[in-house]
Ligand binder design. Structure first.
Ligand SMILES: CC(C)(COP(=O)(O)OP(=O)(O)OC[C@H]1O[C@@H](n2cnc3c(N)ncnc32)[C@H](O)[C@@H]1OP(=O)(O)O)[C@@H](O)C(=O)NCCC(=O)NCCS
Length: 141
């Protein structure tokens, strides 16, 4: 199936974005908050199969030095067809003026990023906002 990619927030079905977050196991997120987060993002990409939203990703940055890729998600039934790779390539390109491009891999996604030429950092830290974040991100446990 032909996939079309868009970088505009116009007519994005935010309830569908919320549905995709749930489908990849990231829990319930309200469409209103998601829309606000995407509106505050520097670059966005959406993947559509016909009229159906099947993937997305976005970036946050400081306008000068640092850019992060966040919320890269592909609907499970559309995974392993090159959609994640395509969105990642475009967001990497959007962030090319920045000195540093970073991301935090979700559980199970490290292989995907390493396959795409990303390197695991030796010295990344997170200030945990929950016990769960310590369990998920810390090597100390
Ligand atoms: C991670 C994710 C975005 C990958 O998207 P995708 O569309 O399935 O990936 P692609 O089909 O573009 O895969 C590109 C390549 O990476 C490989 N790959 C995909 N997922 C992988 C994984 N979890 N581990 C190792 N390799 C993986 C593919 O086999 C493919 O390899 P190839 O180019 O040699 O054929 C998708 O699985 C997803 O949404 N996962 C749930 C949410 C998540 O964890 N997102 C990451 C946020 S940090």
């Amino acid at each position: 199936m032909n996939i079309e990619y868009s970088n505009t927030l116009e007519e994005v079905p935010w309830d569908r974005v919320s549905y995709l977050f749930e489908q990849v196991g990231w829990g319930a997120r309200s469409p209103d908050k998601i829309e606000r987060a995407f509106q505050s993002s520097s670059f966005v990409r959406f993947a559509y199969a016909g009229n159906e939203l099947v993937g997305f990703g976005r970036t946050v940055d400081d306008g000068v030095y640092y850019g992060w890729i966040v919320d890269l998600v592909v609907l499970p039934s559309f995974q392993r067809r090159g959609i994640g790779k395509h969105i990642l390539r475009e967001l990497e390109s959007d962030l090319s003026p920045f000195i540093t491009t970073m991301l935090v891999a979700a559980q199970g996604a490290s292989g995907f990023y390493e396959n795409q030429g990303w390197y695991k950092q030796r010295s990344a830290y997170i200030y945990p906002r929950s016990e769960r974040q310590i369990d998920v991100f810390s090597e100390r446990r």
